[in-house]
Each structure stands twice: as structure tokens, then as C-alpha cells.
Write a protein that binds this ligand. Structure first.
Ligand SMILES: Cc1ncc(COP(=O)(O)O)c(C=O)c1O
Length: 308
């Protein structure tokens, strides 16, 4: 087809389908930010497993690294303070993006959604008479929490799906939610969007489950890339996320959004890292370090006996 014939065909097409022009913004975006798709000749349709990064993200990050000197965060030298600033800025941006009040929610950075889920699993105070209730269509990283629950004597129950739509059997769910033992720790986990079926479950269950004595873990890893989760409207106790699924780059960063009120009942099974103020190796029977969430390292991370 000649260029003139192509232009005439395009004009006729746009006249017949004027709404096509409203997608021009996407064409521009594809040309400016995702030209590598054109170059590679590929069409990328996966938008729950991993989002594509825009070219400008890579340039902005490269500029940041090339033009600044950054140290390890949470210390007081200038390079460290610069890094701490960006970490806190990122934390703030996450809260803003999810419309979460800093009074209600804490952002805990993890390696990915699985890391966030493991944090909940290993530190949630499961125990005899407590329960872990989860839907059939959870990601394996949510299923894996049952090993922590079982090891501590909690009952593990699956809420079934109804084929063919693969939605939850709501009557059964209401029954199961009614079985929480008052005064015990009960955790209900479900995906806002299932990676297995693509089904989006009602967020209304969050408050319904909480009203019946459950803490709610909402896995938003597959939901957040194409939906806004408004935490001023919905108040799950825990939310798990992977950022590469939302904006592609960098990989290796996710977070646990945790409600402060529920976070207080988690028990960390171990400690690590530079935010520990001091750890004693001289008194094995001591309860160990008492890191506070706001603690900043004021000395090197030397164990107490070296400092003494
Ligand atoms: C719903 C859901 N939860 C959790 C995960 C785990 O995410 P990651 O592998 O980034 O830890 C995925 C990954 O696809 C997911 O779709």
C-alpha cells in the first residue's frame, strides 16, 4: 500500500470510529516510554505477574545513582542520611498511593509479596484454639503460612470456591467466619484478586470478618497493578504487595502494609540488620535485644561485650 493510500485509509477509519483517537495517548506513551516493545516485535499482555517499566524510570534511577553518593541507611553520616531520606520518601509515597493514614498504617519494605506474607506467617501469634482460614484460590505464598499455623497448633481451614465462576461459596464462608473462638488469634487470608482465576473478591469481607473476630490479611499483589486499593475505605490488618508487578522496576522490593493496632500483637521470631541498637551475646538467658520500631543505630552494630 502506498503512503497516500495508507493515509486515506486511516482518515476513513478514524471518521468511522472516532473513539479510536481517544487512545492516542496510549500510542504516544508506547512510542516514548516503551519503544523497546516495537523494536523487539513483541506484544506483552501479562499485567498481574510483572508490569513493564517505562524508559523514564530507568533514566531517573540512573541519574540518581550517578549524581549522588549514597551510603547504608539508618546512620548519621551525610551519605547515609541522604539514603535514609529517600527510603522515608518512598515509604511516604506508598502510604499516599494507597491513601493510608500514617496514623493507621506502617510500611514495612520486603523483598516481594512473598516476603511480606512470610513476615506475617512467622510472627502472627497462632496458637491452640486459634485459626487460619484461607480461600482455595490463594497464591502459594499465602498457602505456605499454614505451616506456621499448624506448627503452633492453630486450626487451618480452606473456604471453598464454586465452579464454574470460581467465586467463594459465600454461605460457607459466613459459617466459617462464625467459628472464630473469641479471645484467640484468628487470621483470615484472601486475595483481592486471585492469580489463579483472576477473580476479584469483595473487599466488604474485610470488615465482615473483622466484626466476627478475625484479623484480615489481604493479598493485593495481583490486584494493585490495575486497581486502586483505597485504605481510607478498606481497613485490612495486613496487605502484601510486590512493586515490580505495579511498575516493573526495580525488582526485589515489595512491602507489607500493616495496621498499627494489629502490628502490636505480632511477635518477631528473630532479629537482624542495622536498625538493632544493641544485641548482647554475653547473657544467653536474657530475652535478647529489644529493638524498637523507631530505633536508629547510634553506635556500630557491635555486640554489647565488644562495646563494654
Ligand atoms: C496474588 C499473588 N500473591 C502473591 C504473589 C507472590 O508475589 P512474589 O512472587 O512477587 O512474591 C503473586 C505473584 O504472582 C500473586 O499473584
Amino acid at each position: 500500500m502506498s503512503q497516500a493510500a495508507y493515509a486515506a485509509a486511516e482518515t476513513a477509519f478514524v471518521r468511522a470510529y472516532p473513539e479510536y483517537q481517544t487512545t492516542g495517548l496510549l500510542d504516544d506513551l508506547r512510542a516514548t516510554e516503551y519503544a523497546r516493545l516495537e523494536r523487539s516485535g513483541q506484544i506483552y499482555v501479562d499485567y498481574t505477574g510483572g508490569g513493564l517499566y517505562a524508559d523514564s524510570q530507568i533514566r531517573a534511577h540512573a541519574d540518581l545513582l550517578v549524581n549522588h553518593v549514597f551510603g547504608n541507611p539508618h546512620s548519621t553520616n551525610p551519605t547515609s542520611l541522604a539514603m535514609t531520606h529517600w527510603v522515608e520518601q518512598a515509604r511516604h509515597s506508598v502510604l499516599v498511593f494507597f491513601n493510608a493514614s500514617p496514623e493507621d498504617y506502617v510500611v514495612i519494605f520486603t523483598m516481594n509479596a512473598s516476603g511480606a506474607l512470610k513476615l506475617v506467617g512467622e510472627s502472627y501469634p497462632f496458637g491452640p484454639d486459634g485459626q487460619y482460614l484461607l480461600t482455595f484460590d490463594n497464591h502459594n505464598s499465602v498457602n505456605g503460612i499454614r505451616e506456621f499455623a499448624r506448627a503452633r497448633g492453630a486450626q487451618v481451614t480452606y473456604a471453598p470456591l464454586l465452579p464454574p465462576a470460581m467465586r467463594i461459596d459465600e454461605n460457607r464462608l459466613v459459617e466459617l467466619l462464625g467459628q472464630a473462638v473469641a479471645g484467640r488469634n484468628n487470621l483470615f487470608a484472601y486475595p483481592a484478586q486471585s492469580n489463579f482465576s483472576g477473580v476479584q473478591h469483595p473487599l466488604e469481607w474485610i470488615a465482615k470478618a473483622q466484626a466476627k473476630g478475625w484479623d484480615v490479611l489481604l493479598d493485593a499483589a495481583a490486584f494493585a497493578p490495575t486497581n486502586r486499593l483505597d485504605l481510607s475505605q478498606w481497613h485490612p490488618d495486613f496487605v502484601s504487595l510486590s512493586f515490580y508487578k505495579i511498575f516493573g522496576y526495580p525488582t526485589g522490593v515489595g512491602c507489607l502494609l500493616a495496621r498499627r493496632a494489629t502490628l502490636a500483637k505480632l511477635r518477631r521470631p528473630w532479629f537482624a540488620g542495622g536498625t538493632i541498637t544493641v544485641a548482647s551475646v554475653g547473657t544467653p538467658s536474657s530475652p535478647g535485644p529489644r529493638p524498637t520500631r523507631t530505633a536508629r543505630r547510634t553506635t556500630s552494630a557491635c555486640p554489647r561485650w565488644i562495646l563494654a
